[in-house]
Design a protein around this ligand. Structure first.
Ligand code: THU
Length: 128
């Protein structure tokens, strides 16, 4: 499953629209029911309007009625693992529990598995 998610994230990265930063990101997120949604970053001439790959993939899923997730794979295009930005951590935390797995990958053979609770402890949550 990890390899499949990373492969799908790599495929999604090819669709990235990143003419400004040239930094392409692809992700694949797995729902609790076993469906995979992908996303890429979509930039804009008005820079802050752009959106990260993580929020694209999860928004596609939510719009499809999916709100429970178990794991996400993220592939950037730099030399280092692409860690999700702060805004995406908060976005993911809305739908994901502390044990949600965040896989940051360079390839199917080179990845690191982290957890939501590590990347964003003490999450702001109006429901608690
Ligand atoms: N980016 C993502 O898509 N996900 C992240 O977690 C970090 C940053 C995108 C936003 C922008 O299009 C480009 O990477 C450079 O910041």
């Amino acid at each position: 499953m990890i390899s499949e998610l990373i492969e799908k994230a790599l495929e999604a990265r090819e669709k990235a629209y990143a003419p400004y930063s040239k930094f392409k990101v692809g992700v694949a997120v797995l729902t609790a029911g076993g469906k995979i949604y992908t996303g890429c970053n979509v930039e804009n001439a008005s820079y802050p309007v752009g959106i990260c790959a993580e929020r694209v993939a999860m928004s596609k899923a939510v719009a499809d009625g999916e709100t429970e997730f178990t794991v996400i794979a993220i592939v950037g295009s730099g030399e280092n693992y692409c860690m999700p930005c702060g805004m995406c951590r908060q976005f993911m935390a809305e739908f994901c529990k502390e044990d949600f797995k965040i896989i940051v990958a360079k390839s199917v053979d080179d990845y690191k598995i982290m957890k939501m609770g590590e990347l964003l402890p003490y999450t702001f949550d109006l429901c608690k």
